[in-house]
Design a protein around this ligand. Structure first.
Ligand code: HGA
Length: 612
């Protein structure tokens, strides 16, 4: 998502704003801009990188004591200079992160009132609304409060008014924003990493907070829609981060934070389609439509958790698109002599985009004659993104915990978009099914939020697991890879030996291991395989195995002696694997806490596996 930086300080703040943007680059962006207020507004924008914006600022000897800056990741309107932020209306300049859902109605109204729009963004309505409100009240703070009361959606904004260069007004509602209190000025930014260059003293804004910052201080008023506006005090927190690190906020571990970020980051990843009526191949790059139309089969190359995402995608791709799909462990593929199917799209999946085996497997696939590749990755500047013809950037934000969580669920979100796009281009989906899936995706962040609510029950289970030496995970169909991922999480951070099996395989071997000391975790959504799975679970019970079942609300599995059941609130159809991942991550996390392991840095493991 976009990055916002604002500053009112003594001396030239341009280097601070630009360095702040540079530190927010990890979020991904397609254009950047800056505006200064020296009693007159001056603006620079570019579709290039922050380095290019810096060069422009240097060339133009840009200098001032108050300013706002922005990196944009387009949601409404193409990534062009005219759509880049800041947006200016009359005497007002605005930067914005998020989406204004009622922008069409507002735009219509504002046009009727005589405003001319110079961009295609939803953001521009905010600037015009503030201009209108400034006619009613001379106070920018009040004008911003009145304007945001009319906005629907999620946003963080920063606003300057030409006539009052000594202050900036910012607001947070559904997108992150914090203040930094420095020796020479006061700052605002999307995250602390942007401001560590000038201060460690941070004030995290809460939903509905509107703040006014000036060189020597700030004030915050909370104006949650429907609530009474009241001045509030927020704690000043001393950041203990190194400049490179990322904030952990109120969480005990990065992994915990990352688990709980999933509703937000999945929403970010799907942002481009959540407000759309249909899915465009351009999500994957300009050449995607031609390449996808030429695709007859898919080969996914990945390692670890990303490999599990690929395994889920195989079920989706073959069911929905009818295209054959093969998923290979990258470190195996790169050393074997695979048969080549023509017109194959090779998909590399890696959180960091630097996974050595995946990169090598992709190069190998190319050397074997595969013509087209797609990278699914969380890091915009990575080797994977540079190496592939097409790319999709997940919007998980930096993942610090070694055990991958939010990268996995955002990869799944990306792979579902791929599935739908290929289905559409292959004539395998109707407008109706496309609309239904977009609706289901729109609901996904809320469904994830509900899934997180099982945490207290999972925690109670975790106490029993912490004494065990082994655990077995079972799933069927598209939930079999989720069982694999659940077992991987548990072994990575709790060091309990965990194995996952397709439940139908139980009687072909692993049943021999089952006794009262072997907890068996089953993923039991209410799908076509539920009755088959229930028979497999009976086989476990009959051997004295203790069952821990994650079911849906309507899964028709009852608690009984030796059968413990946690129910997710709803059944999500094809998206169900994404929801069922959540309780398994929570289980691993709480078992690790019980065992006192180093959750974020488990022994022997590294984050971005850049060696073979
Ligand atoms: N909707 C605005 C801001 C986009 C954003 O926050 N992206 O992450 C735009 O499209 O300009």
């Amino acid at each position: 998502m976009c990055g916002i930086v604002g500053a009112v300080a003594k001396g030239n703040i341009v280097p601070t704003l630009l360095e702040g943007l540079r530190r927010l680059e990890y979020r991904g962006y397609d254009s950047a801009g800056i505006a200064l207020n020296n009693g007159a507004l001056h603006r620079l924008r570019t579709t290039g990188r922050v380095a290019e914006l810096s060069k422009l600022a240097d060339d133009q000897k840009f200098s001032g004591e108050a300013g706002i800056a922005h990196t944009r990741w387009a949601t409404h309107g193409a990534p062009s200079e005219r759509n880049a932020h800041p947006h200016i209306s009359g005497e007002v300049a605005v930067v914005h992160n998020g989406i204004i859902e009622n922008h069409e109605a507002l735009r219509q109204r504002l046009q009727n009132e005589g405003f001319t729009f110079t961009s295609d963004t939803d953001t521009e309505v905010i600037a015009h609304l503030i201009t209108i409100n400034l006619k009613e009240t001379p106070d920018l703070f009040e004008a911003v409060c009145r304007s945001v009361a009319e906005l629907q959606g999620a946003y963080a904004i920063a606003v300057m008014e030409e006539a009052r260069p000594e202050r900036i007004v910012v607001c947070r509602n559904g997108a992150p924003l914090l203040l930094g209190l420095g020796e020479y000025g006061t700052y605002a930014a999307s995250d602390a990493s942007a401001l560590l260059q000038v201060t460690r003293r941070m004030v995290y804004l809460e939903e509905g907070d509107v703040a006014e910052i000036h060189r020597d201080g700030y004030r915050i008023v909370n104006c949650l829609p429907g609530g009474v506006a009241r001045e509030v005090a927020r704690t000043v927190q001393e950041s203990e981060l190194t400049n490179e690190a990322v904030e952990m906020g109120p969480y005990a571990h990065f992994m915990q934070k990352e688990i709980f970020e999933q509703p937000g980051v999945v929403a970010n990843t799907l942002e481009m389609v959540l407000n759309a009526h249909s899915i465009s191949p351009r999500l994957f790059g300009n050449e995607a439509e031609n390449i996808f139309k030429d695709t007859r089969s898919i080969l996914i190359l990945a390692c670890g958790t990303s490999y599990h995402a690929g395994l889920v995608a195989r079920y989706w791709l073959e069911t929905v698109t009818g295209l054959p799909c093969n998923v290979e462990i990258a470190s195996e593929y790169r050393y074997r002599n695979p048969a080549i199917a023509p017109h194959t799209l090779v998909v590399g999946i890696s959180q960091s985009g630097e996974t050595a085996d995946t990169l090598a497997a992709l190069s190998y696939a190319k050397s074997l004659g595969h013509r087209h590749s797609l990278g699914i990755c969380n890091v915009a500047e990575s080797a994977l993104v540079r190496q592939t013809d097409l790319r999709f950037l997940t919007r998980a934000g930096p993942e610090i915990g070694v055990a991958s969580t939010k990268a996995f669920t955002t990869q799944l979100a990306a792979l579902m978009l791929l599935t739908m796009t290929l289905a559409k281009l292959n004539g395998r989906s109707s407008d109706k099914s496309e609309r239904e899936m977009i609706t289901a995706m729109r609901h996904l962040p809320v469904a994830l939020q509900h899934a997180l609510q099982v945490e207290p029950q999972v925690k109670a289970w975790a106490e029993r697991f912490s004494e065990k030496k082994h655990a077995l995970f079972l799933g069927r169909g598209m939930h079999y890879p989720i069982a694999l991922e659940g077992a991987l999480k548990l072994k990575e951070i709790s060091y309990i030996h965990a194995e996952a099996y397709a439940a139908g395989e139980l009687k072909h071997g692993p049943l021999a291991l089952v006794d009262k000391d072997m907890p068996v975790v089953a993923i039991a959504p209410n799908d076509a395989l539920l009755e088959k799975l229930k028979s497999n679970l009976q086989e476990v019970r009959a051997r004295g195995g203790e069952l821990y079942v994650f079911a849906d609300a309507d899964s028709r599995i009852q608690e009984s002696e030796g059968v413990h059941v946690i129910r997710l609130a709803e059944h999500a159809g094809l998206l169900s694997p994404i929801l069922h991942t959540i309780p398994l991550q929570l289980l691993a996390y709480h078992v690790a806490l019980q065992k006192g392991t180093d959750v974020d840095k488990p022994r022997n493991l590294a984050k971005s596996v850049t060696v073979e």
